[in-house]
Every structure is written in C-alpha cells, then in structure tokens.
Design a protein around this ligand. Structure first.
Ligand code: 6PG
Length: 479
C-alpha cells in the first residue's frame, strides 16, 4: 500500500529537523541518506518513537510514496543535486514532484525546472530559513518553481512553517528560481543586519568602552522597540554568555566565514545594475575580517585615530539605535529594489507584501519591522522603493540626526562603519535631484566619445563635444 506522504533525502541537521517537524504535523515521512548508517542512527536517535520510515536505497524510498510522489532533497547545493536528480529520475513518473530545499543558486533551479518539466516532473526550489531550530519548530519557507507543484506541496509546507498572527510564513513565490532568489535576498539582508549590529557593538566596545554586560543590556532594551528582532535578541544573549573561562565572545577569532549567498546577491545586483551597497559592503567586510594576518601587520604599521568618546555615552547609545534603524531601512529598501528588478528581468510576478509576511516569523531576519514593510506594500503594491513610503520617510527623518552623528564620530575616532556609512551615502544619493554624473558623462565623452544626454533636450538624444579640439568626424555633436 502506498501511504508515505513525502520522501526526504539528506539527513544533515536541516533534513533531520524538517523530517521531525513533518512527522509532528501528522505526515508520514520516509528518509534516505547517501551514507545509510546515518539513516539508522537517526531512527535509533531523535526519530525514535516517531512514524518516520528509514530507507536504505533511493528505490525503496521512492517505492513507498503515494502518488504523485513527493521527494525533497536536503543535500549540498550544486553538482550533488544534479547527480541526485539523475538517480531519482528512473524511479519517478510524470506528475511527480522533486523539491530542492538547500541554499542553491537560483539559475540552477530555473534550469532544472525547465529540464524536468520536459519530462513531466514538477520541480520546486524552496528557500528554507531559520536554521536548526526553525527547521524543527517552524521555518520560513519560500517555494518557487513549477506552479503545478504548489497544490501538491502547499499543505505540508504551510503546516510545518512558522505562524505569525495565525498565518503561515510560507507562500508560493513564483516560477523558475524565484523562491531561491527570494531566499538569496533574505540571506543578503541577513548579512546586512548582522554587519550593522556588529558595527553598533564595535562602536560601543571601542568607542565607548562599554563592558559586555552593559552592551547586553543595551541590545536587550533595543529588542523591545522598533529594532525588535531575532538577531538583536541573540546578540544580547551572546553578549551575556559566560563559560568557565569567562565571556565566550571575547575569545572568538574575528574572522568571518560565509557560504556564498550574500556574494550571489551582490553579483546579481551588479548584473542587474541595482545599488545593493549595504549588502555588498557587508560581504566585503567579511572578506576584510578574514585577512586577519594582514590586518595585524597593518595595525602596527598604519597611523590613524584610535579615539574613545569621553562622556556622551547615553546620547551615543541613542544615536546608535537610530543609526541601526535607519541603516536597516536602507538595507531592506535595497533588497526589495533588487527583487523588483529581478522580477522584471526574469519575468516573475513577485508579491512583496506576501514576502515580508513570510519573513516575519521563522527566519533569521524575522522582526517586528517586517510588519511595517508589509503595511507599506499593502498601502501601495506598486511602491517603487520603501523610502517613498510615508511611514519609512518619517522614521528615517526622526533617526537621521543620530545616524549622521554616528557616521561622523566613527570617522573621527577611526572605527570602521562600512554599513552605516554606505547606507547614509545611498540615502543622500537617492534623495539628490542632482548628482555629479554630469561630470562623469563629460569625462567619458572627453576620453572615449561615449556621448551624453542634455538636461534641456529629449532623453535619448545623444550629443558629443569636441573637448580637446580633435573633432570626431563620425559623430554629430549638434542635433
Ligand atoms: C537561514 C540562513 C542559512 C545560512 C546560514 C549561513 O536563513 O537559515 O540564512 O540559510 O546558510 O546562516 O550563512 P553564511 O555561512 O553565508 O553566513
């Protein structure tokens, strides 16, 4: 009898916890792992006393699945996924559904969706956020791919997802690699949020000389207002954490790791021509942190201020709060701007209000703030940029004085704040009716006859000036 609801391949931390979560919600799950001892260990360990069924081959996993078959892969992104699909295909029939839940590059998902569609297999690439605890208790799920698959996976996905105001943090994102893309932007924003929190911590530590306990209290307070979020909450807990040897954070090497999703967001932003500066700076800040040996040499060699604020601790704590809030708004504005451009470029219909809703719970960037973003898109689904929403305009207006003070003071004290500064430069650039790109265009025309448009002539009409007196005969400089 075919009675298994879903097959899951890949029993690393995320795979195991998703299987347990599905089991909790009454779904029958069969699991398989390339090294099969892990299947047995899982069944004897955390899956003991559950309905989860172990399989020792792909064939036996697939043979028990009810029709249409649903197989979810939780394996390493890239070639491993292609190879697994190759092994699965001989056991599948048209109408069956293959789901990839790893952190995969969206173009791979689009490609696989098209390849499998030609064989009648419905492919889904889904973002899943929330780490180990999220996977177990309720993650945020961002599925995209073949739209015919959604009715087949909706019930399971929405049952296991986190819920906010009794709504599941899971909805269909769209075609092709759109689900993966939205998860990539989520991760980029995660990088941005973490960078900004790190800069606030660094300013308090280096610039204000606060102890870990004092900083934990500041973050704890911030977590009760507009900055209320998972990342602020865990930062307060990390700062408070003391082991047998003292505060753990102080002994952690300051070299950041990264698995690549932030980098993908930056690369794609460059391709689409979107100023994703905050996420870009956050990726580069991780790269700079990783050059620890070089930084140690430079620290002994390069002059510059290493100043400390005298007094003003209370004011600057409030300014830092505002800088964090305002810069965070810039980061999300940029992330949503990128998604809007991607939707145009790749032909997706993205619902930005729904995306903010499904990021409100379960995921790493979950925060109260996402409710305000949802509201902004509810008020105007065609909103070009979050900064053009009145709520956010007023919020930035209130925060900008403190934000500017932090950026200025950090420069004076020699504390790097690439996130706060890039965010401010973006804000001032975005609100500038006039930028120095006129000079840039003149330079391009001067050295390369690249031509320019004029403010007093129709857009698209190109001009060239004979700047050096060497007239280029091929170009007409006057209409
Ligand atoms: C999530 C996270 C997760 C991510 C890790 C590590 O949403 O649960 O984004 O998907 O892989 O946080 O990412 P980095 O190693 O790139 O920091």
């Amino acid at each position: 009898m075919l009675e298994v609801d879903i097959g899951l391949i890949g029993l690393a931390v995320m795979g195991q916890n998703l299987a347990l979560n599905m089991n909790d919600h009454g779904f029958t799950v069969a699991v398989f792992n390339r090294s099969v001892t892990r299947v047995d260990e899982f069944l004897a360990g955390s899956a003991k006393d559950t309905q989860i069924i172990g399989a020792h081959s792909i064939e036996s996993l697939v043979s028990g699945l009810r029709l249409p078959r649903r197989v979810m892969m939780m394996v390493k992104a890239g070639d491993a996924v292609d190879s697994l699909i190759g092994q699965l295909l001989p056991h599948l029939s048209p109408g069956d559904i293959v789901i990839d839940g790893g952190n995969e590059l969206f173009t791979n998902t689009s490609r696989r969706m098209a390849e499998l569609a030609s064989q009648g297999i419905l492919y889904v690439g889904t973002g899943i956020s929330g780490g180990e605890e999220g996977a177990r208790q309720g993650p945020s799920i961002m599925p995209g791919g073949n739209p015919d698959a959604w009715p087949q996976v909706q019930e399971i996905f929405q049952a296991i997802a986190a819920r906010v105001d009794d709504q599941p943090c899971c909805d269909w994102i769209g075609a092709g690699g759109s689900g993966r893309y939205v998860k990539m932007v989520h991760n980029g924003i995660e990088y941005g949020d973490m960078q900004l929190i790190g800069e606030a911590y660094d300013f308090m530590r280096r610039g204000m000389g606060l102890s870990q306990g004092q900083m934990a209290a500041v973050f704890g307070r911030w977590n009760t207002g507009v900055l209320d979020s998972y990342l602020i909450e865990i930062t307060a807990k990390i700062l408070d954490f003391v082991d047998d040897e003292g505060p753990t954070l102080e002994r952690i090497l300051d070299r950041a790791g990264q698995k690549g999703t932030g980098k993908w967001a930056g690369i794609n932003a460059l391709e689409l021509g979107i100023p994703l500066t905050l996420i870009g700076e956050s990726v580069f800040a991780r790269c700079l942190s990783a050059m620890k040996a070089e930084r140690l040499k430079a620290a002994a060699f390069l002059p510059g201020p290493n100043g400390v604020l005298i007094g003003q601790a209370e004011e600057f704590t409030a300014y830092l709060h505002d800088a964090l809030y305002a810069a965070k708004i810039m980061s999300y504005a940029q992330g949503f701007m990128l998604m809007r451009e991607a939707a145009k470029a790749y032909g997706w219909q993205l619902n930005y209000g729904s995306i903010s809703l499904l990021w409100r719970g379960g995921c790493i960037i979950r925060s109260a703030f996402l409710g305000d973003i949802k509201q902004a898109f509810d008020n105007n689904p065609a909103l070009e940029n979050l900064l053009l929403d009145e709520f956010f305009r007023d919020a930035i207006n209130q925060a900008q004085s403190g934000w500017r003070k932090v950026v200025g003071k950090a420069a004076e004290l020699g504390i790097p704040t690439p996130g706060f500064s890039a965010a401010l430069a973006y804000y001032d650039g975005y609100r500038s009716a006039s930028l120095p790109a006129n000079l840039l265009q003149a330079q391009r025309d001067y050295f390369g006859a690249h031509t320019y448009e004029r403010i007093d002539r129709p857009r698209g009409q190109m001009f060239h000036t004979d700047w050096a007196g060497n007239r280029n005969p091929k170009l007409d400089d006057q209409p």
